[in-house]
Design a binder for this molecule. Structure first.
Ligand SMILES: Cc1ncc(COP(=O)(O)O)c(C=O)c1O
Length: 459
């Protein structure tokens, strides 16, 4: 794995990282008096100055306050412009305020925001979901987290089994049952960082390593797993791609043991039109996508097969009337439906994916070339419109390997160096997204900034 000694990490001198970080922090602070003032003002009532605590994870001395974001150009309150490769951690994967989505929202804004009734966009949005993601039936939620929670509930309900199986290092949103790690001796333990955790994860969750088919098979053989909830590739702990044959075996094993398969494509929808599932023929029973699916407006959806729909209907006939434990009042509201319809019909198009995939491939190759030129023990991993540089010499094969990689000073120094030069990289990992609005010149600027950063980090 990555070489780490007291004085060097991932081929870079620790002292060099620290001095670069000091220099970049000072530059950030000096150039952003308005963001600093807003952070102070916001801190009077927003806890730590931000409406969501994740906004502190950028590693900047104080948060960057946004004045405007359009396409891939983000402008801060101090007037600095950035080319955005973070894109709201995938929420704006198709660019900020795609014109067709913005227009649909503008139109709908004066015609009703929420009614607890389907709007006139519903039928067409449903048809588009079925056409693009190749599953016949759908439900809408406010977020991908909500969609995953609903899928787990339905899966337990229709199979009568208690457990979900997830892969080590996974992230499926704010979903208690999936916030679990492998403990020793096949046990399941809560993530140590969780706040207020009380659920007995041992009774709800099984965790195995991604790409570990023998462990998967022995877990499913116990026949108490209702559903495997999986991303096609792990994307939330440095990307881990599936080994050849992994998904075929996963589908075979789940079918053999009466376990449902739910594929969460909230991030991996970057792979291709219709997501990784359609591009690679995964045949999930449930399919989840959120974040970018309505162009960045809060929205999640889950789809399912006709067979699952029949089992859901049978369950509904059996259960007494009352709360189902799923749904939130604003889910499926007319505003979200209008954005969903516009995004599916005019933004998630074949032509836009062609552009994104071609440019991302070029980006990944250029980053790998820069790493090689500087002789660093890093590599680049790439999934459709998304590329990521990883501080390890070889592709990772599971979540434990990925989780063992530190996300400390080196990551922060690279991100801050790039940010100070007008290039935004995702804070939690080194993810770079190419949107329909990203140009070849944007990619060239990023590669140039990355090269300059590597030069600055050299001894
Ligand atoms: C794979 C995956 N599923 C679900 C979610 C949850 O999305 P949200 O935060 O919009 O609920 C995320 C968030 O990053 C994710 O990466």
């Amino acid at each position: 794995m990555t070489v780490q000694t007291a004085s060097r990490f991932a081929g870079i001198a620790t002292a060099r990282v620290e001095s670069l970080l000091r220099q970049e922090r000072a530059a950030y602070e000096a150039a952003r008096p308005k963001s600093r003032a807003m952070a102070g003002e916001s801190g009077r009532h927003w806890w730590n100055g931000v409406p969501l605590h994740w906004m502190l994870d950028w590693g900047t001395p104080f948060p960057l306050f946004v004045a405007r974001a359009e396409g891939v150009t983000l402008t801060d309150v101090d007037g600095h412009r950035y080319t955005d490769f973070c894109l709201g951690d995938t929420g704006a994967m198709f660019g900020h305020s795609p014109p067709a989505v913005a227009e649909a929202i503008r139109r709908q804004a004066g015609e009703g925001l929420t009614a607890m009734l389907p709007s006139d966009d519903a039928a067409e949005a449903g048809r588009l979901l079925a056409e693009i993601f190749a599953l016949p039936f759908w439900q809408m939620t406010a977020t991908a987290s909500d969609a995953n929670r609903s899928v787990l509930r339905w899966a337990r309900g229709i199979t009568g089994r208690p457990k979900v199986l997830v892969f080590q290092g996974c992230y499926h949103g704010q979903v208690d049952e999936t916030s679990a790690d492998m403990g020793g001796n096949g046990q399941t333990v809560p993530r140590p960082s969780l706040v207020g955790q009380i659920l007995d994860l041992e009774s709800s969750t099984v965790v195995v390593e991604f790409n570990d088919l023998p462990a998967l098979e022995s877990a499913l053989a116990k026949q108490d797993v209702a559903v495997v909830l999986a991303e096609p590739a792990l994307t939330n702990c440095s990307m881990v791609l599936p080994a050849p044959g992994f998904h075929t075996a996963l589908r075979d094993l789940t079918r053999r043991h009466g376990t449902l398969l739910a594929i969460d494509e909230t991030h991996s929808v970057s792979t291709a039109l219709g997501g990784y599932s359609r591009a690679h023929g995964l045949e999930p029973d449930f399919f989840v996508v959120g974040k970018a699916v309505a162009g960045g407006l809060p929205c999640g959806v889950y789809g399912f097969t006709a067979e699952v729909a029949e089992r859901m209907a049978a369950l509904n006939r059996r259960r007494p009337p009352g709360h189902s434990g799923m749904g939130t009042t604003l889910s499926g509201n007319p505003l979200a439906l209008s954005a969903l319809r516009a995004n599916l019909s005019q933004v998630m198009t074949h032509a836009n994916y062609q552009h994104m995939l071609g440019l991302a491939e070029h980006l990944a190759a250029q980053l790998a070339f820069a790493i090689q030129r500087h002789g660093l023990p890093w590599h680049v991993v790439h999934l459709g419109a998304r590329a990521e540089f990883v501080f390890a010499p070889k592709p990772l094969s599971n979540g434990s390997e990925a989780m063992a990689l530190p996300h400390g000073a080196l990551e922060q120094a690279v991100h801050l160096f790039l940010l100070n030069r007008g290039l935004l990289v995702t804070p939690f990992h080194n993810m770079l997204l190419v949107s329909p609005a990203t140009t070849a010149a944007d990619v060239a600027r990023l590669v140039e900034g990355f090269e300059a950063c590597l030069a600055a980090l050299a001894d």
